[in-house]
Design a protein. Sequence first.
Length: 623
Amino acid sequence: MDSLIKATEDTAALLGLLDKYKAENNILGQEVTLRELGSQNRLAGHFYTAIKYLYQAYEIANDNNDTIEISHICNQLAVNFGRMGMLDQATRYHLTALHYISSYSDFKNPNNYKQYLSAINGIGKIYLLHNNYKAADSVFHKSLAGEKKINSRRGIAINMSKLGQSKQKQGQIDSALYYYKKSMDANLQDHNTLGIGLSHSNYGSLYLQQGKYDKAIEEFKLASDYLIKTTDTWYWLEPILNLAKAYIAKGEFEAAKAQLDKAQKLTNEVHAMEYKARLYECFHDLYKKQGNYKEALNNYTRSTMFRDSMHFCNEKDRIHILYENLDQTRKKQELAKLASDYKLEKSKRIYTALGSAIIVLLLIILLTIMINLLKARKQRNELQKQLELTRLNFFRNVTHELRTPLTIVIGMSEDLMENEKPSMSIIQKYLARINRQGKVMLELVNQLMDFNKVTSEIGLKQNYRHGDVIAHIAGILEDCEELCHMKQIQLSLARYEPEVNMDYEPDFITKILRNLINNACKFCPEEGGIIRVTTQVENNNLLVRVKDNGIGMDEEACKHVFEPYWQSKDGSQKKSSTGIGLALANRLVLAMNGTISVESALGTGTTFSFTLPLKHKEKAKSN
């Protein structure tokens, strides 16, 4: 499993494997995959992301008491924290790894012993960063002996390199060169590209320290050539920064600036405080040599800031150093003072950060409230305008709907009055038309009253009946045939079942169907119009469809067609309407626990469908 996961270099593929192992509840697979995700993100310089994955792996391993995996994960966490400059956390996790390996693991297992050696080597690196050379040398020699025991050339090379760096920092140039050569020999035998590159970087640092700048530049260039072939961008920075220092020392400022710009881009990708501090130190040296003291001071300040950030978490180590150098009386006083200052400084930073965060949060909240108030005011104004427009449209349409039949009634009555001796047939013809227009006005008034009732708290009284609803629907269509016949529209009923006995409200169904059929008549062509009503039973519901071949509606109209007083804005529906017929039908369907919908497109006609349950909760009277 380890080899399969390590061979997967694509992060997306690893995340896919992780999902697979989660689905299979494969604990070991999850641990190893999360650890590998941490490793790949570390190599890419994404330390925070790496730590996130490693924490998840740590929790799983801890829940399952997998001590071997815990030690492996702790060493990786320590490496990430070390590269971020959080040395206290790096020390903590290396020590945790040592604790688990020493307490629960068998050193006969090479993998366990390798984790043990990695942990003590990591602690040695931290000693070296604190300039505690004696402790660092002791730990590196111990780690080196272990690597020789298991014949690990790579491990031997790493420890030889670290011993050389320790000797170089102490000014022991010959000893440093001895260890660097031993490290290079081991790397060459191991064919380790990364190790060879680091060895060239070590040689270059020695030459730089001795003032042999041309040789130093040559070695740093070789180091870069090797390290650029590796995937761990962390190591690319060392030779680049040292190359810049060599160019600055030689006075080749343009070459130095080019290297520093390259290093700055890499430090932004790697997020390493140690390298950022060193980068700004180099910028300080460059600008100082060029006589640009303002920029030199700015970069010195930046370097100091990153140094402080890197060492802030390690105040306890400084307290320990002072403790060893003070006499017994002063030790306790200084220790207490330093501890108090440390806590006070830490508290100040925490409170400052917390106060700033609270102020920013309050400003964000205040800004959000103001924006929401402005939005609410704007929406309220728009709503008022829309309501006013809707009200005007409604009254205009109602007036138009009443005016037409009233005009006909008045015209017919005036014709009768002007005709001194009208025949009985003319009187009957005029009275029939007056009666028909009166019914139109009465139906409009009844519609308005029904809609008012259905939208008020009182509501319409429901009188359910039990019987054949198909016969009732057929009767409604007979009543509508006259209107359709006048407009030369073909109205038909198609029933999937000849008879459907159900609980229904006769008045509601009558109003629903009349409104749907009247609406279809308005938008069907005067000649050749077709309105087809179909009924069928589906899932204990009566499904009724009213389909026409009229002008149809666009998608926007379909969204709003059941809203009260709504009128089409695109001008596609030129017929006048009060905008309450379909809204009333919708409310009546909902009142009977049914559903209503519309399907339409411009030029293809419209289909209204509504469903009603066959059984109602109230006991229905039989027809």
